[in-house]
Design a protein around this ligand. Structure first.
Ligand SMILES: [Zn+2]
Length: 238
């Protein structure tokens, strides 16, 4: 019988787990060629995501500890961030960012196994190993509730967030690039991986980029002509 890892947050901060997670990220396709991610960065990032860290109890006011007890770990970060007492709930933010300069840029997205679309991750809830010994994490998607939580394979389906493109960056998008493309369907609009097949350069005007990008979506090979506003770039292309 498969034994699930406990979802206690103090175990999420475990050094070995963070080291493993960093290694998984560094091996993943999305990070190829990027600067290697350190375990301390992963750990710091988790500390940032889980407001009342068990590893630094003295930093956390008693009232906050009660609010963020293990029983309430399912409350998403986005909900907490909207609270009026935000500063008190996040005593580690400033300190952690000072220690690790890159940390504030460390945001992740995950690919849903349900629709193959990528979603921003609001919260890491738990971790475990699958039968192949690979690390999986349970994630809360930004803007979604607990009933949409999913177990996601870290190596294959979690990566640093894609970055929306500015008009001035359109020249950096070339044929063959992997992009995250916002596809508007009849019922829903989702972000999918796509590759750029062709770029029609146009004169920019006061509204910015008017170039047209022909993309092919990876998951169903459908093609579409889109504007720059619909595209986000993978961090490794910067
Ligand atoms: Zn352009």
């Amino acid at each position: 019988m498969e034994k699930l890892a406990a979802d206690r947050k103090d175990q999420v901060f475990d050094n070995k787990f963070c080291q493993k997670l960093a290694e998984e990220f560094n091996r993943s396709v999305g990070r190829a060629g990027s600067k290697a991610l350190q375990a301390t960065q992963v750990q710091g990032w988790f500390l940032n995501k889980f407001p009342a860290s068990a590893t630094k109890p003295t930093c956390v006011p008693t009232a906050s500890q009660e609010k963020t007890s293990a029983s309430e770990i399912n409350v998403s970060v986005s909900e907490k961030r909207s609270a009026a007492s935000e500063e008190k709930l996040f005593p580690l933010d400033t300190e952690t960012k000072d220690m690790i300069p890159e940390l504030e840029d460390l945001e992740f997205e995950a690919k849903s196994t349900k629709d193959f679309a990528w979603y921003d991750i609001a919260l890491f809830l738990a971790h475990r190993r699958n039968r192949a010994g690979e690390v999986e994490v349970r994630v809360r998607f930004e803007g979604f509730g607990a009933d949409e939580d999913e177990w996601v394979n870290v190596k294959k389906f979690i990566r640093q967030r894609s970055i929306p493109l500015e008009s001035s960056q359109c020249k950096s998008v070339v044929e063959g690039d992997l992009v995250l493309c916002f596809r508007e369907g009849n019922e829903e609009a989702l972000h999918f991986d796509a590759h750029v097949l062709e770029v029609q350069r146009k004169q920019h005007d006061i509204r910015g980029c008017r170039c047209v990008f022909l993309v092919e979506y990876d998951h169903d090979q459908s093609q579409e002509r889109v504007s720059l506003r619909r595209l986000s770039r993978r961090p490794k292309y910067f």
